[in-house]
Write a protein that binds this ligand. Structure first.
Ligand code: MN
Length: 287
């Protein structure tokens, strides 16, 4: 099932290039309590919401996907986890250009560890990326986004994939420079997730998907998730050995070679096999 948030925070299901308004399915959610349980409420109750979606779908109105504004398919993630240097060809390009990528970070992925992006950086594709520091270099990083479905603490690699709710296209936008990754990658709108969440049961083998990013029609990044140095299951096990993962937490699983600068007016086109495609505009923060 392809589940999205769109337009004025409506809940949608995407079938054959049409978005069905299934907002009525949100009534299946338990009443909100305060303090809230950690995590995204919809993802935490995805099973009951899916049942409700199936019930309301026959009476739902629909619009073509080209006529809706896609928001992030996870509304309230607790955290966004980044996986650095996880494709060999990206490691090579970063090592070859230390003026851009700096020599602050050394060693392989297990030596560098995971990083966190602020949840406040998250937007959907329709919102676009706003460059806050126009005098600095901002890069696109095209990645497979992994959305956690259940609370996970110290899970084994063998069990890890059963904690995945689904997948989406992710952009780990980055200001290049000497500061800590967490700061440079947490600018508002520097985490894009979309256009919808494809539930794990519908994706097949997530470790064998073609990913591609074009800017203004020119292909810049192209790879298969099979090329990851550390696979998704190991990422989940590793992350959950340090901190509890909650429903709706997002793992941006690493980027391949071809990262590059974006400027206001650029249009990024992102595609992942079996997930879909999304178009993301780059703007200056001044509008
Ligand atoms: Mn990245």
């Amino acid at each position: 099932m392809n589940i999205c948030w769109y337009d004025q925070q409506q809940l949608g299901v995407v079938i054959d290039a049409m978005v069905y308004d299934v907002s009525a399915a949100l009534e299946a959610l338990p009443p909100a309590l305060y303090p809230a349980a950690p995590g995204d409420m919809l993802i935490a109750h995805l099973d009951v919401v899916r049942e409700a979606i199936t019930r309301v779908l026959p009476g739902a109105t629909a619009k073509p996907i080209d006529a809706v504004r896609f928001l992030s398919p996870v509304a309230n993630p607790g955290k966004i986890i980044g996986v650095p240097v996880n494709y060999a060809d990206h490691v090579a390009e970063a090592n070859a250009d230390q003026a851009t990528f700096t020599d602050r970070y050394k060693g392989n992925i297990t030596e560098q560890g995971l990083f966190l992006k602020a949840a406040s950086s998250l937007v959907g594709p329709a919102e676009g990326v706003s460059l806050r520091f126009p005098e600095r270099l901002s890069h696109h990083e095209m990645e497979l986004g992994v959305v956690i479905g259940k609370t996970a603490a110290n899970v084994s690699q063998a069990d890890a994939m059963s904690y995945v709710a689904g997948y989406a296209i992710a952009l780990d936008m980055t200001v290049r420079g000497p500061e800590d990754r967490s700061l440079r990658k947490s600018v508002d709108s520097y985490a894009v997730l979309g256009p919808w969440l494809v539930t794990a049961d519908a994706i097949g083998n997530a470790q064998k998907l073609d990913i591609k990013l074009s800017v203004n029609g020119e292909v810049r990044q192209q790879a298969s998730t099979a090329e990851m140095i550390i696979g998704i299951a190991e990422q989940i096990a590793w992350a959950s050995s340090y901190y509890t993962l909650h429903p709706g937490d997002i793992i941006m699983s690493g980027t391949c070679a071809g990262v590059g600068q974006v400027l206001p007016g650029d249009i990024m086109q992102c595609e992942i096999e079996n997930v879909g495609s999304m178009t993301v505009a780059v703007k200056s923060e001044q509008g």
